[in-house]
Design a protein around this ligand. Sequence first.
Ligand code: MEV
Length: 312
Amino acid sequence: MTRADAPAKMILFGEHAVVYGRPAIALPLPDLRASAAVEPNTRGEAGQIELISPVTATDIWLHEAPSNHPLAAITKNTLTRIERTAPVPLRITVDSTIPLGAGLGSGAAVSVAMSRAIGRYFGLDLEPETLSSLAYEVEIIHHGSPSGIDNTVIAYEKPVFFIRGKTLELFSLDKPISVVLAHSGQVTPTATAVRKVRDLHERKPEFTEACLDEIADLTHRAYKALRGGKLDQLGEWMNRNHTLLQSLGVSTPALDNLVEIAVSAGARGAKLSGAGLGGCMISLVEPGTREAVFQALLEAGASQLCQVEVQV
Ligand code: MEV
Protein backbone atom coordinates (compact mmCIF):
# COMPACT_ATOMS: atom_id res chain seq x y z
CA MET A 1 0.00 0.00 0.00
CA THR A 2 1.31 3.49 -0.85
CA ARG A 3 0.34 6.28 1.52
CA ALA A 4 0.67 10.05 1.61
CA ASP A 5 -0.88 12.87 3.56
CA ALA A 6 -1.26 16.64 3.76
CA PRO A 7 -2.07 19.13 6.53
CA ALA A 8 -5.00 21.45 7.18
CA LYS A 9 -4.43 25.20 7.02
CA MET A 10 -5.65 28.32 8.72
CA ILE A 11 -5.67 31.83 7.35
CA LEU A 12 -4.21 34.12 9.97
CA PHE A 13 -4.77 37.37 8.09
CA GLY A 14 -6.20 38.48 4.78
CA GLU A 15 -8.94 36.05 3.70
CA HIS A 16 -11.26 37.59 1.08
CA ALA A 17 -8.83 40.51 0.64
CA VAL A 18 -6.53 37.98 -1.05
CA VAL A 19 -9.16 37.43 -3.75
CA TYR A 20 -8.72 41.14 -4.64
CA GLY A 21 -4.94 41.14 -4.97
CA ARG A 22 -4.18 41.97 -1.35
CA PRO A 23 -1.74 39.85 0.68
CA ALA A 24 -2.74 37.07 3.07
CA ILE A 25 -0.88 34.94 5.60
CA ALA A 26 -1.71 31.27 6.03
CA LEU A 27 -0.19 28.62 8.27
CA PRO A 28 -0.27 24.84 7.92
CA LEU A 29 -1.81 22.90 10.81
CA PRO A 30 0.37 19.80 10.90
CA ASP A 31 -1.70 18.01 13.56
CA LEU A 32 -4.86 17.91 11.45
CA ARG A 33 -4.33 15.85 8.27
CA ALA A 34 -5.93 14.26 5.25
CA SER A 35 -4.44 11.00 4.01
CA ALA A 36 -4.71 8.83 0.92
CA ALA A 37 -3.74 5.20 0.37
CA VAL A 38 -3.31 3.60 -3.07
CA GLU A 39 -3.37 -0.18 -3.37
CA PRO A 40 -4.23 -2.94 -5.84
CA ASN A 41 -7.95 -3.69 -5.96
CA THR A 42 -9.41 -7.18 -5.92
CA ARG A 43 -12.31 -5.85 -8.02
CA GLY A 44 -12.34 -4.12 -11.40
CA GLU A 45 -10.07 -4.22 -14.43
CA ALA A 46 -6.69 -2.74 -15.35
CA GLY A 47 -7.03 1.02 -15.73
CA GLN A 48 -10.01 1.19 -13.36
CA ILE A 49 -9.77 2.97 -10.01
CA GLU A 50 -12.20 2.82 -7.11
CA LEU A 51 -12.35 5.97 -4.98
CA ILE A 52 -13.40 5.54 -1.37
CA SER A 53 -13.93 8.17 1.32
CA PRO A 54 -15.57 6.85 4.50
CA VAL A 55 -15.82 10.41 5.88
CA THR A 56 -18.14 11.51 3.06
CA ALA A 57 -19.64 8.04 2.50
CA THR A 58 -18.20 7.95 -1.03
CA ASP A 59 -17.49 4.76 -2.98
CA ILE A 60 -17.32 5.41 -6.72
CA TRP A 61 -15.40 4.19 -9.74
CA LEU A 62 -13.35 6.78 -11.57
CA HIS A 63 -14.72 5.84 -15.02
CA GLU A 64 -18.32 6.24 -13.76
CA ALA A 65 -17.84 9.44 -11.72
CA PRO A 66 -18.90 12.85 -13.07
CA SER A 67 -15.83 14.80 -14.20
CA ASN A 68 -16.48 17.52 -11.62
CA HIS A 69 -16.44 15.07 -8.71
CA PRO A 70 -13.51 16.35 -6.62
CA LEU A 71 -11.96 12.91 -5.95
CA ALA A 72 -12.34 11.91 -9.61
CA ALA A 73 -10.99 15.24 -10.85
CA ILE A 74 -7.81 15.13 -8.77
CA THR A 75 -7.20 11.51 -9.73
CA LYS A 76 -7.72 12.13 -13.46
CA ASN A 77 -5.71 15.35 -13.48
CA THR A 78 -2.82 13.77 -11.60
CA LEU A 79 -2.68 10.74 -13.91
CA THR A 80 -2.80 13.05 -16.94
CA ARG A 81 -0.06 15.28 -15.51
CA ILE A 82 2.29 12.34 -14.81
CA GLU A 83 1.23 10.54 -17.99
CA ARG A 84 0.37 7.23 -16.34
CA THR A 85 -2.57 4.81 -16.28
CA ALA A 86 -3.33 2.22 -13.62
CA PRO A 87 -1.52 -1.00 -14.63
CA VAL A 88 -3.88 -3.08 -12.44
CA PRO A 89 -7.23 -2.14 -10.89
CA LEU A 90 -6.57 0.20 -8.00
CA ARG A 91 -8.35 1.42 -4.91
CA ILE A 92 -7.65 4.85 -3.44
CA THR A 93 -8.94 5.36 0.09
CA VAL A 94 -9.10 8.83 1.56
CA ASP A 95 -9.30 9.67 5.24
CA SER A 96 -9.15 12.92 7.16
CA THR A 97 -9.11 14.34 10.67
CA ILE A 98 -9.84 17.84 9.32
CA PRO A 99 -13.35 19.10 10.13
CA LEU A 100 -15.34 19.53 6.92
CA GLY A 101 -16.56 22.97 5.88
CA ALA A 102 -14.60 24.58 8.69
CA GLY A 103 -12.44 26.90 6.58
CA LEU A 104 -9.47 24.65 7.33
CA GLY A 105 -8.82 23.51 3.76
CA SER A 106 -10.11 19.95 4.05
CA GLY A 107 -10.83 19.74 0.29
CA ALA A 108 -7.41 21.01 -0.76
CA ALA A 109 -5.70 18.73 1.79
CA VAL A 110 -7.51 15.69 0.35
CA SER A 111 -6.46 16.74 -3.17
CA VAL A 112 -2.81 17.16 -2.21
CA ALA A 113 -2.75 13.88 -0.26
CA MET A 114 -4.27 12.03 -3.24
CA SER A 115 -1.91 13.52 -5.84
CA ARG A 116 1.08 12.84 -3.64
CA ALA A 117 -0.03 9.22 -3.02
CA ILE A 118 -0.72 8.60 -6.72
CA GLY A 119 2.68 10.06 -7.63
CA ARG A 120 4.37 7.83 -5.03
CA TYR A 121 2.56 4.76 -6.30
CA PHE A 122 4.24 5.38 -9.66
CA GLY A 123 7.63 6.06 -7.99
CA LEU A 124 7.41 9.86 -8.35
CA ASP A 125 7.96 12.42 -5.63
CA LEU A 126 5.79 15.27 -6.93
CA GLU A 127 7.05 18.78 -6.19
CA PRO A 128 4.93 21.11 -4.00
CA GLU A 129 4.47 23.39 -7.02
CA THR A 130 2.95 20.54 -9.05
CA LEU A 131 0.79 19.37 -6.13
CA SER A 132 -0.41 22.91 -5.55
CA SER A 133 -1.39 23.49 -9.17
CA LEU A 134 -3.19 20.12 -9.37
CA ALA A 135 -5.14 20.95 -6.20
CA TYR A 136 -5.90 24.43 -7.56
CA GLU A 137 -7.68 22.90 -10.57
CA VAL A 138 -10.02 21.13 -8.15
CA GLU A 139 -10.46 24.24 -6.00
CA ILE A 140 -11.83 25.90 -9.14
CA ILE A 141 -14.60 23.26 -9.24
CA HIS A 142 -15.48 24.04 -5.60
CA HIS A 143 -15.04 27.79 -5.51
CA GLY A 144 -15.09 29.28 -9.01
CA SER A 145 -12.22 31.72 -8.75
CA PRO A 146 -10.08 30.81 -5.74
CA SER A 147 -7.04 32.92 -4.90
CA GLY A 148 -4.89 29.78 -4.62
CA ILE A 149 -3.72 30.39 -1.06
CA ASP A 150 -5.27 27.20 0.36
CA ASN A 151 -3.66 24.77 -2.08
CA THR A 152 -0.35 26.65 -1.77
CA VAL A 153 0.03 26.53 2.02
CA ILE A 154 -1.13 22.91 2.10
CA ALA A 155 1.17 21.69 -0.68
CA TYR A 156 4.24 23.48 0.70
CA GLU A 157 3.35 22.82 4.36
CA LYS A 158 5.07 26.06 5.37
CA PRO A 159 3.72 29.43 6.52
CA VAL A 160 3.08 31.57 3.44
CA PHE A 161 2.80 35.25 2.68
CA PHE A 162 0.79 35.21 -0.51
CA ILE A 163 -0.36 37.69 -3.12
CA ARG A 164 -2.46 36.15 -5.86
CA GLY A 165 -0.47 35.60 -9.07
CA LYS A 166 2.46 37.61 -7.72
CA THR A 167 4.11 36.70 -4.45
CA LEU A 168 4.70 33.41 -2.72
CA GLU A 169 7.02 33.81 0.24
CA LEU A 170 7.54 30.79 2.44
CA PHE A 171 8.75 31.58 5.91
CA SER A 172 9.29 30.00 9.31
CA LEU A 173 7.84 31.07 12.61
CA ASP A 174 10.46 32.34 15.03
CA LYS A 175 8.24 31.50 17.97
CA PRO A 176 5.46 28.90 18.09
CA ILE A 177 1.89 30.18 17.89
CA SER A 178 -0.71 28.65 20.14
CA VAL A 179 -4.27 28.67 18.86
CA VAL A 180 -7.63 27.46 20.09
CA LEU A 181 -9.99 26.74 17.20
CA ALA A 182 -13.75 26.39 17.50
CA HIS A 183 -16.26 25.48 14.83
CA SER A 184 -19.34 27.68 14.68
CA GLY A 185 -21.44 24.66 13.71
CA GLN A 186 -22.52 26.33 10.47
CA VAL A 187 -21.24 25.37 7.03
CA THR A 188 -21.56 27.60 3.98
CA PRO A 189 -19.77 27.02 0.66
CA THR A 190 -16.75 29.28 0.15
CA ALA A 191 -18.22 30.36 -3.19
CA THR A 192 -21.27 31.82 -1.39
CA ALA A 193 -19.12 33.94 0.92
CA VAL A 194 -16.88 35.08 -1.94
CA ARG A 195 -19.99 36.06 -3.95
CA LYS A 196 -21.35 38.03 -0.99
CA VAL A 197 -18.18 40.13 -0.85
CA ARG A 198 -18.27 40.56 -4.64
CA ASP A 199 -21.87 41.86 -4.42
CA LEU A 200 -20.82 44.33 -1.72
CA HIS A 201 -17.86 45.41 -3.84
CA GLU A 202 -20.24 46.10 -6.74
CA ARG A 203 -22.73 48.01 -4.59
CA LYS A 204 -20.24 49.91 -2.41
CA PRO A 205 -16.86 49.88 -4.15
CA GLU A 206 -15.25 52.65 -2.11
CA PHE A 207 -16.30 51.23 1.24
CA THR A 208 -15.20 47.71 0.26
CA GLU A 209 -11.86 48.87 -1.12
CA ALA A 210 -11.18 50.77 2.12
CA CYS A 211 -11.85 47.60 4.15
CA LEU A 212 -9.61 45.56 1.86
CA ASP A 213 -6.84 48.13 2.11
CA GLU A 214 -6.99 48.12 5.88
CA ILE A 215 -6.86 44.32 5.93
CA ALA A 216 -3.80 44.51 3.64
CA ASP A 217 -2.16 46.93 6.04
CA LEU A 218 -2.76 44.59 8.99
CA THR A 219 -1.41 41.66 6.98
CA HIS A 220 1.81 43.52 6.11
CA ARG A 221 2.30 44.49 9.75
CA ALA A 222 1.60 40.95 10.94
CA TYR A 223 4.07 39.48 8.44
CA LYS A 224 6.81 41.77 9.69
CA ALA A 225 5.97 40.94 13.31
CA LEU A 226 5.88 37.18 12.69
CA ARG A 227 9.25 37.23 10.96
CA GLY A 228 10.76 39.23 13.80
CA GLY A 229 9.15 37.09 16.52
CA LYS A 230 7.36 40.18 17.89
CA LEU A 231 3.90 38.88 18.55
CA ASP A 232 2.63 41.40 21.13
CA GLN A 233 0.23 43.18 18.77
CA LEU A 234 -0.79 40.17 16.72
CA GLY A 235 -3.96 39.53 18.77
CA GLU A 236 -5.08 43.14 18.51
CA TRP A 237 -4.64 43.01 14.72
CA MET A 238 -6.62 39.75 14.56
CA ASN A 239 -9.50 41.45 16.39
CA ARG A 240 -9.41 44.32 13.91
CA ASN A 241 -9.26 41.91 10.97
CA HIS A 242 -12.37 40.22 12.37
CA THR A 243 -14.19 43.57 12.60
CA LEU A 244 -13.31 44.27 8.97
CA LEU A 245 -14.59 40.84 7.94
CA GLN A 246 -17.82 41.72 9.76
CA SER A 247 -17.98 44.89 7.66
CA LEU A 248 -17.54 42.77 4.54
CA GLY A 249 -20.58 40.77 5.67
CA VAL A 250 -18.96 37.36 6.11
CA SER A 251 -19.18 36.96 9.86
CA THR A 252 -22.22 35.54 11.66
CA PRO A 253 -23.65 36.00 15.16
CA ALA A 254 -22.27 32.55 16.07
CA LEU A 255 -18.74 33.48 14.93
CA ASP A 256 -18.94 36.89 16.66
CA ASN A 257 -20.04 35.14 19.83
CA LEU A 258 -17.10 32.72 19.72
CA VAL A 259 -14.70 35.62 19.17
CA GLU A 260 -16.15 37.49 22.12
CA ILE A 261 -16.02 34.45 24.42
CA ALA A 262 -12.40 33.70 23.49
CA VAL A 263 -11.26 37.29 24.01
CA SER A 264 -13.19 37.66 27.29
CA ALA A 265 -11.57 34.46 28.56
CA GLY A 266 -8.09 35.86 27.94
CA ALA A 267 -7.20 35.18 24.29
CA ARG A 268 -4.94 37.88 22.88
CA GLY A 269 -7.11 38.10 19.80
CA ALA A 270 -9.59 36.14 17.73
CA LYS A 271 -11.17 36.15 14.30
CA LEU A 272 -13.03 34.01 11.87
CA SER A 273 -10.69 32.11 9.58
CA GLY A 274 -11.37 31.09 6.00
CA ALA A 275 -14.38 32.17 4.01
CA GLY A 276 -16.71 32.74 6.99
CA LEU A 277 -20.53 32.63 7.04
CA GLY A 278 -19.82 29.70 9.34
CA GLY A 279 -16.73 27.56 9.71
CA CYS A 280 -14.06 28.24 12.29
CA MET A 281 -13.02 30.92 14.72
CA ILE A 282 -9.33 30.98 15.65
CA SER A 283 -8.05 32.56 18.85
CA LEU A 284 -4.48 33.37 19.80
CA VAL A 285 -3.64 32.11 23.27
CA GLU A 286 -0.65 31.71 25.55
CA PRO A 287 0.24 28.76 27.78
CA GLY A 288 -1.30 30.63 30.75
CA THR A 289 -4.64 31.38 29.05
CA ARG A 290 -5.10 28.39 26.76
CA GLU A 291 -7.03 26.25 29.24
CA ALA A 292 -9.35 29.10 30.30
CA VAL A 293 -10.18 29.96 26.67
CA PHE A 294 -10.76 26.30 25.84
CA GLN A 295 -13.04 25.83 28.84
CA ALA A 296 -15.03 29.01 28.14
CA LEU A 297 -15.66 27.91 24.56
CA LEU A 298 -16.54 24.39 25.70
CA GLU A 299 -19.05 25.73 28.24
CA ALA A 300 -20.56 27.96 25.56
CA GLY A 301 -21.28 24.79 23.55
CA ALA A 302 -18.77 25.40 20.73
CA SER A 303 -18.53 22.37 18.50
CA GLN A 304 -15.29 20.73 17.35
CA LEU A 305 -12.88 22.54 19.61
CA CYS A 306 -9.18 21.97 19.30
CA GLN A 307 -5.91 23.41 20.53
CA VAL A 308 -2.99 23.56 18.13
CA GLU A 309 0.60 24.59 18.54
CA VAL A 310 1.94 25.85 15.23
CA GLN A 311 5.72 25.72 14.98
CA VAL A 312 6.86 25.44 11.40
C1 MEV B 1 -10.82 30.62 1.67
O1 MEV B 1 -10.05 29.75 2.48
C2 MEV B 1 -10.15 31.94 1.54
C3 MEV B 1 -10.86 33.00 0.69
O2 MEV B 1 -10.01 34.14 0.71
C4 MEV B 1 -11.11 32.53 -0.72
C5 MEV B 1 -9.85 32.43 -1.55
O3 MEV B 1 -8.78 32.89 -1.14
O4 MEV B 1 -9.95 31.90 -2.67
C6 MEV B 1 -12.19 33.40 1.30
